[in-house]
Design a binder for this molecule. Structure first.
Ligand code: ATP
Length: 373
């Protein structure tokens, strides 16, 4: 059962912290049943604290937490973790070393009459059927994390929480296991909330992502919207790559910049004529041989199928652009470019009013009153 909007987990105006020190405040997040959500943000922004509050390990000081319509936490009141119907997967797997894989998985359902069937099904689900009799130290890191996932799913929780579940694994394995975990959860319709500081992992695994900065939610949205329609300069910076250039708003959806007039698909409520910072992602700038807009190549990173070029405009402004890798250019070469940005992202100008000065995202952050750690 969920509420009329299909919401399973609700964090309403949540605040929590330690010994009188508030870590997270005014947090509103609603996760739909069957969705995988994520808390994403730099180290220390309060992701784990929030997850632990949902699990019932930490008290809350304001607001409430509800699961499936049932209130789990409010100030001064907390349903114990084991009565929340919430499963948890940790970064360090936390398997019992003296129990076999099968025994680890069945740990939370020892009295269940169909224990063996459930264990076999889960072994199958996480593709470890042949390893049920092994001990954790006889498994690879990826296999151990699969066991931890199966163990968390055994009691059929309403919600699965995962705290940096892939961060002990190396690149390719990490990418494969995270994709596989998404498939498993989606296949079974399991709702989950993941904590990570890795944006590509959040995007690969989750339906909705909440970006936190210093305990405050900046945006709760789909990966697509976070990338193309970031709500704050912090989100624009934390998600993906890009540079800001200075511009002037001509009308709600049109900006004059040194690259020409850019018209987007979104209206801004800033006064006409205001000075704005325009976000340009590498995929917003494309190569065009006969373009009168020319830029010098000052950096080049080869990715195989594509090459990321760092470009300098005649004014000194810097941009980045992704070219197909067969469209190969040398450092120092002048190339023709054009803007291909449907998603116009602008913010009221911050920091230096140096006309056309390029504002690398890091500088925009540093210029802000509450720069992240
Ligand atoms: N048990 C604790 N007692 C006191 N302060 C704590 C405790 N645990 C965390 N904190 C503090 O709360 C803040 C948020 O920590 P939290 O672990 O939630 O951040 P995080 O976003 O998960 O970071 P990371 O990605 O590094 O794990 C930090 O300033 C941290 O020092």
């Amino acid at each position: 059962m969920t509420n009329s909007h299909g919401i399973l987990l609700e964090l309403n105006q949540l605040a929590c912290g330690y010994a009188g020190h508030t870590v997270v405040a005014n947090l509103d997040i609603h996760l739909r049943a069957g969705d995988i959500g994520c808390l994403l943000g730099p180290s220390g922004c309060g992701k784990t604290t929030t997850l632990r509050a949902i699990a019932g390990f930490e008290p809350i000081s304001a607001g409430n937490i509800r699961l499936d319509g049932r209130q789990l936490s409010s100030p001064g009141k907390r349903i114990p973790p084991e009565q929340r119907q919430i499963g948890m997967v940790f970064q360090d797997y936390a398997l019992f070393p003296h129990l076999t894989v099968s025994e680890n998985i069945s740990f939370g359902i020892v009295r269940h009459p169909e224990r063996q069937r459930i264990v076999n099904e889960l072994l199958d689900l996480v593709k470890l059927n042949h390893l049920g009799k092994r001990y954790p130290h006889e498994l690879s890191g990826g296999q151990q994390q699969r066991v931890a996932l199966a163990r968390a799913l055994a009691p059929a929780p309403k919600l699965l929480l995962m705290d940096e579940p892939f961060s002990n694994l190396d690149g390719e394995l990490r990418r494969r296991l995270s994709a596989e975990v998404r498939e498993i959860l989606k296949h079974r319709g399991i709702s989950a909330m993941l904590v990570t500081h890795d944006q590509s992992e959040a995007f690969a695994v989750c339906d909705h992502v909440g970006v936190l900065k210093e305990g405050h939610l900046q945006q709760w949205d789909t990966p697509y919207n976070l990338y193309h329609e970031p709500a704050t300069p912090f989100v624009a910076s934390f998600i993906g790559q890009g540079y800001f250039i200075r511009g002037q708003l001509l009308s709600p959806d049109t900006v004059q910049t040194e690259l020409g007039v850019i018209r987007g698909n979104r209206a801004y409520q800033l006064p006409e004529g205001s000075s704005v910072d325009v976000l340009l992602r590498p995929d917003d700038i494309v190569g065009q041989e006969n373009s009168s807009l020319r830029a010098r190549i000052i950096g080049k990173t080869f990715f195989g199928a594509t090459t990321l070029y760092r470009l300098q405009l005649p004014t000194g402004s810097i941009l980045e652009s992704i070219f197909p890798s067969h469209d190969d250019h040398a450092m120092g070469e002048m190339v023709g470019i054009r803007i291909a940005a449907d998603h116009l992202v602008v913010f009221a100008a911050q920091g230096s009013v140096n006309t056309h000065a390029q504002l690398p995202l890091e500088q925009v952050l540093d210029a802000g009153p509450a720069a992240s750690n």
